[in-house]
Design a protein around this ligand. Structure first.
Ligand code: UN1
Length: 521
């Protein structure tokens, strides 16, 4: 970048950060207990960078193990009163939280583009996702109901109810720095839980801004202390959070390797976890598909968010009759994708999040090549410009290449050809992960087979819709190595509460279940 451009970018970054009182190049605290930020992080400071330029945006004081313990202790204390606030009143707090995000939507979206690198339209969509889940949670706060079950005993009532669970630890990833943790806060808060949030170290400023919004909304209210932030390294803070038996539930988003650590640590103390881990999502395009729809979905699913969604389309399975034609169209579409500054109008693909992500992209492609994959498009790191930019890549792969079983968190698409739907389904299901999947067809029979018990084995199975961009109304999550957790809508709220089964005897006898007799006087 020329000096003039560097200066312009600095000015732009300064303005974006200024909206949240964050000084460009300055030092800020990433630790907040309840509403208030504390200055004394005990962890090592981290630098956060603009992935479009590689320049340092700020230095963040991080939490150490002690800060984590203190945050959990405070959240545990706050739970004692928060659980007694009537759920619709808790919903009112979440309604105001949603309004807070509405008001700051543009400011926050720009900060997301700056620190995370996703293009502005997607960054706005991400903030919208937080607003949407807050709206859903407000309604949910009046619908946290159990059920009545017919009792086999005379004059007995058998019911179940849902009660607040406790402290929820939210471990979130850089790629959805507010939307996915937002699914957790919004639902957990109406459920009567309190929160300790450990965001990604790649996007600390976004989480600090979100914490500010939270503070603006709750200062001086009964919700003031229910939400804590601990920016910090996984090794220190993450492990402390996982091991703390005052944390009733961990909601974790990240790689399958992260999931293994979380499951092991939480299981050791018989805690609960909601996991959303790696995806290795496939789109299948059959010969009878509307190719125009399929093309748009595949382009968004692969290039959107620079290939850094858990739901990114990583495998494209084409039926032989349309394979050549569709691939040509996809390559033509890729050529029109404008790669560049995510804050600029018209950019469709921003940078990867970090230099390590660029390295993973390069190493991934080298390994694909070694295993016999053929590069069809892209594959280059855009080294002539500052920041972490790469071209999206398309490779022709075969199902016996071990690397197709892995999630490489970068815009690399494996393409396969098949003859039949069943072969395509088998390939879709042949990887360890099971998050999202999409079938493009105009055949009702094919669509229904895809959705049947012998169809997709993923948590999300779409028809004529791509793998990414799910709405919050449905439960979100995946099977197998993706972890089995469900977040966001539908009845995912049940994961954030404890279920209690109650039998009430309002008669004058004590009949035992199953007709057991036990005559004592
Ligand atoms: C993720 O990448 O972890 O469905 C979540 C989608 C988004 C959420 C993705 N609504 O792509």
């Amino acid at each position: 970048m020329s000096t003039k451009l560097v200066d312009e970018r600095r000015l732009q970054a300064k303005t974006i950060l200024g909206a949240f009182d964050l000084p460009l190049g300055g030092t800020v605290s990433g630790v907040a207990h309840g509403g208030s930020f504390v200055q004394s992080g005990t962890g090592a400071p981290i630098e956060t960078r603009d992935p479009s330029t590689g320049e340092v945006l700020a230095h963040v004081l991080t939490a150490g193990e002690d800060d984590c313990k203190l945050a959990v202790a405070k959240a545990h204390e706050a739970f004692k009163s928060w659980r007694l606030v009537p759920a619709p009143h808790r919903g009112e707090v979440v309604r105001r939280l949603g309004d807070g995000f509405r008001k700051r939507k543009e400011d926050l979206a720009r900060l997301i583009s700056l620190e995370n690198g996703k293009v502005l339209s997607e960054a706005r969509g991400e903030v919208q996702e937080v607003i949407d889940i807050c709206d859903l949670a407000v309604g949910q706060s009046r619908q946290l109901f159990g059920r009545e079950i017919a009792s086999e005993r005379r004059d007995h009532r058998l019911v179940e109810q849902w009660l607040p669970l406790g402290v929820v630890g939210i471990i979130s990833a850089f790629n959805f720095p507010v939307a996915v943790p937002g699914w957790g806060w919004a639902i957990a808060l109406v459920c009567g839980d309190t929160i300790v949030w450990k965001p990604s170290s790649h996007t600390p400023l976004i989480s600090i801004a979100a914490q500010q919004i939270f503070h603006e909304v709750t200062a001086g209210t009964e919700a003031e202390k229910v939400f804590s932030l601990i920016v910090g390294r996984g090794g220190a803070v993450g492990e402390a959070l996982l091991a703390d038996d005052r944390v009733a539930l961990i909601q974790a988003t990240g790689s399958c390797a992260l999931g293994d650590r979380v499951s092991a640590a939480v299981a050791k103390r018989s805690g609960r976890a909601i996991l959303e881990l790696g995806g290795n999502n496939a789109v299948i395009v059959l010969d009878d598909a509307d190719l125009r729809l399929a093309l748009r979905a595949v382009a968004f699913g692969t290039v959107g968010t620079a290939g850094q969604r858990c739901t990114t389309t990583r495998r494209l399975i084409l039926q032989r009759g349309i394979a050549g034609r569709f691939l040509d169209q996809l390559v033509a579409a890729y050529r029109t994708v404008k790669i560049g500054d995510p804050l600029e109008d018209g950019t469709l693909m921003g940078p990867l999040v970090s230099s390590e992500a660029v390295r993973d992209y390069e190493e991934g492609l080298a390994e694909i090549h070694r295993q016999g994959g053929k590069l069809v498009y892209g594959g280059t790191v855009l080294a002539e410009r500052a920041g972490y930019f790469v071209e999206p890549a398309i490779v022709q792969s075969t199902k016996d290449m071990p690397i197709v079983r892995e999630e490489i968190f970068a815009p690399i698409l494996h393409v396969f050809e098949v003859d039949t739907l069943d072969e395509a389904i088998e390939l879709n299901n042949s990887v360890p992960q099971g998050l999202s999947s999409g079938l493009f067809t105009t055949s009702l029979a094919a669509a229904e087979r895809w959705l049947s018990a012998v169809g997709s084995d993923c948590g999300i199975a779409n028809v004529n819709v791509g793998t990414s961009g799910a709405e919050i109304g449905g439960a979100f999550g995946g099977e197998k190595a993706t972890g089995g957790g469900r977040q966001a809508g539908s009845d995912a709220w049940k994961g954030y509460m404890r279920r209690q089964t109650i039998t009430i005897n309002y008669g004058s006898e004590l009949p035992l279940a199953q007709g057991v007799e036990f005559p004592v006087d």
